[in-house]
Design a protein around this ligand. Structure first.
Ligand code: TRP
Length: 445
């Protein structure tokens, strides 16, 4: 069967941006920045995006386009009869883990979408509302199921008809809405302290954890380290340029994350909330902002609808990795495979969901189940995947081959020696040192 291609460069850029822009930007970025001192995190995160994220993003897209395969098949094709395919397999595994809890959080977003219509009166205890929701059982379970169902139905429909069609319309609307929110957030009384927290770095707040979290966040937000960009790159037509496209994806993704911070931190301080509140931050802060706006219910509904959609365009890229692997390598039928895998991932997501109710006694290194999944994926699997991908290109396949493929048909950006240097040495060494120290620190407490 002829492999599907994105129908245009724009289609690819939007799909890859759709994968990148998601809960990572609107949910994970603000709360991780909040627990790491705000501005100082922003700074180190931007460095991680440029120095590590960008070269790895180009590398993954390049491997994908060169081989036109899923991550496992891609490594098999470039390195036949070697164990390199295990890097792809690690990615497929990471896809399972991430999507399972990602869908739980996205389900919270769906819940808030409806809740906004009815329940955002000023003075509501929004922290209580959030905790009340996640520590119940059936409602989060229901929305987790609905979210997986949506994800599966897009993937079942295929690359162009499913993924590409959805993202084209929705990503621009998200952008506009975020701007409206920022405007409201910045004009709240007491917003200035939030801006200060977000923009004026406190260098004494730096720790190993800051670097660790910045690298994990860079991988997560750019959908790197597990072959999602290999898979999306594999659908990119041979006539398009990788380096030109990657720049847009990186720019859009970073832009949306930074904007989310501007929407959230001023409001956190204006309402006297705690910026280090953790995973509840977005879900507690933004409803409070909406409750203070004219037509807040409507804006709240729209915002959480778009959050859910941003999550959906990311979730489909996670599922696509697993499905593309099974379809390419075993010739399973696409639709049926999507539904079965989707259901399994739904089940894998049940423990983190119950981690706030029936399984709330569980604790691993001080983390609840959802945080544990997040840690396994973002601290262990993704950076390891990114490091091995860089080592693969730098020391097995060859940066010359990668550079040639990455630059083909480029009109604007070309990569060269700097890229090669980063991929060969900087990316693997930095990831290895920082992640190893971080894991050691976490484990030894
Ligand atoms: N980048 C997405 C976000 O920020 C999440 C995501 C989608 C992802 N695909 C991925 C993360 C692949 C890691 C790997 O929400």
């Amino acid at each position: 069967m002829q492999r599907e291609n994105w129908t245009s460069k724009l289609g690819f850029i939007l799909a890859a941006s759709g994968s990148a822009i998601g809960l990572g930007n609107i949910w994970r970025f603000p709360f991780v920045a909040g627990t790491n001192g705000g501005a100082i995190f922003l700074l180190i995160y931007l460095a991680a995006i440029i120095l590590i994220g960008y070269p790895v993003l180009i590398s993954e897209m390049t491997i994908g386009r060169k081989t036109e395969r899923n991550p496992v098949g891609a490594f098999k094709k470039l390195a036949p009869n070697t164990p390199w395919w295990l890097v792809g397999a690690l990615g497929v595994l990471a896809g399972f883990v991430i999507l399972s809890y990602y869908s739980v959080v996205a389900g919270w977003g769906l819940f808030y979408m409806l809740e906004s219509v009815t329940g955002l009166a000023p003075g509501t205890d929004f922290a209580g509302l959030f905790v009340g929701h996640i520590s119940s059982t059936y409602s989060p379970l229901f929305w987790h199921f609905i979210f997986m169902l949506l994800t599966v139905s897009v993937i079942g429909a295929g690359v162009v008809n499913g993924i590409q069609r959805v993202v084209k319309v929705l990503m621009p609307i998200l952008f506009v809405l975020l701007i409206v929110l920022i405007f409201r957030s910045l004009t709240l009384e007491g917003a200035g302290a939030g801006l200060e927290f977000y923009l004026s770095p406190d260098f004494s707040a730096i720790s190993l954890q800051t670097f660790n979290d910045a690298i994990s966040q860079a991988f997560f937000t750019l959908s790197l380290g597990m072959g999602a960009m290999i898979t999306y790159g594999s659908y990119l037509s041979q006539d398009e340029s990788i380096t030109d496209s990657a720049g847009y994806v990186l720019g859009f993704d970073t832009g949306i994350a930074i904007l989310s911070g501007f929407a959230i931190f001023p409001a956190v301080f204006a309402f006297g909330l705690d910026p280090a509140a953790g995973p509840g931050l977005t879900f507690i802060t933004l409803p409070a902002v909406f409750s203070q706006m004219p037509l807040g219910g409507l804006f709240g509904f729209l915002f959480f609808a778009l959050l859910s959609i941003a999550a959906l365009t990311s979730a489909i890229s996670l599922l696509e990795v697993v499905v593309a692997y099974l379809v390419d390598e075993f010739e399973y039928p696409r639709k049926k495979t999507s539904y079965i895998i989707g259901f399994i991932i739904f089940l894998v997501g049940v423990p983190p969901l119950l981690g706030y109710s029936a399984l709330s006694d569980f604790s691993f290194l001080g983390m609840d189940i959802l945080d544990t999944y997040d840690w396994i994926a973002n601290v262990l699997l993704l950076p390891t995947g990114g490091m091995l991908t860089a080592i693969f290109i730098g020391h097995y396949w060859g940066t010359d081959n990668a550079v040639e493929e990455a630059n083909r048909n480029s009109m604007k950006v070309k990569v060269g020696n700097v890229y090669s240097l980063m991929i060969k040495y900087v990316v693997p060494i930095v990831i290895f040192v920082i992640m190893a120290l971080g894991v050691f620190q976490t484990i030894t407490g």
